[in-house]
Design a protein around this ligand. Structure first.
Ligand SMILES: [Zn+2]
Length: 245
């Protein structure tokens, strides 16, 4: 009798602990391999819509800076792949698992400046390395779609296009701030000037005031640009970095 009661108590404690752990750790549903495959499929689908850039200099620039950022990213355990899209919007997006796209319009807006491109790629890389991208998909895709995906029974085309529209939305305040900070850290660790972040955010602020349609959501409204500039400046001061921007 006593033993049964202890067992029952043990079971209750276990359930409570497990529930607490799951809530606390936000346990992952999608495995790393599934995440990578999902990101690649969705990226391929995205490319059919936006087309790859054919300018070899632009592609080489983004690939080379991306390779530097990848080495500086921690943990560097995703197969990062930095590509350019032939679209004139000022934007960059990250797919889960490591596929990262910079739009041609972003490179033009930043006048091919390597420090600035390094920070934008660092920002997008953080959405992958800190799993903002895959966690959002787990939250947004819906229970049934996730189960189907995990069981390998999903409608790949439908999932790819759902993921492709999610990457165009911002990740919310905390994740964006984290991506801003980690992007600076990755850029710094890769040998670029992290203070370029402030110059990039100021440029977006100008475009937003002038031609908001040329600026996509990556640097949209949440959090506001002035808050992000202040946040970036505070982080630079805290890290003791000095730079030319
Ligand atoms: Zn972002």
């Amino acid at each position: 009798m006593k033993r049964a009661r202890i067992c029952l108590l043990g079971a209750v404690v276990t359930v409570v602990l497990a529930t607490g752990l799951l809530a606390g750790c936000k346990a992952r549903l999608i495995s790393r391999d599934q995440e990578i495959k999902l990101g690649r499929d969705a990226g391929d689908d995205f490319e059919r819509k936006y087309r790859r850039e054919t300018n070899p200099q632009m592609n080489a620039l983004v690939r080379a800076i991306g390779a530097d950022i990848e080495r500086a990213a921690e943990p560097p355990d995703y197969p990062y792949d930095y590509r350019v899209l032939a679209d004139n919007t000022t934007n960059a997006v990250a797919f889960p698992g490591g596929r990262i796209y910079m739009f041609r319009g972003m490179i033009k807006t930043l006048e091919s400046n390597r420090d600035k491109i390094a920070w934008v790629l660092g920002h997008e890389t953080t959405h992958v390395s800190r799993q903002h991208a895959v966690r959002r998909i787990e939250r947004q895709l819906g229970y049934e779609a996730i189960i189907a995906l995990v069981l390998g029974k999903s409608d790949a085309g439908r999932v790819a296009s759902a993921v492709g529209s999610l990457v165009l939305l911002d990740y919310g305040r905390d994740n964006e701030y984290e991506a801003d900070r980690m992007g600076m850290l990755y850029a710094h660790n890769a040998g670029y000037d992290p203070t370029a972040a402030v110059a990039v955010l100021q440029t977006f602020q100008e475009i937003q005031g002038r031609e908001p349609n040329d600026l996509a959501i990556m640097f949209g409204t949440h959090p506001g640009n002035q808050d992000r500039i202040n946040h970036a400046r505070n982080y630079i001061a805290r890290m003791g970095w000095s730079g030319k921007y």
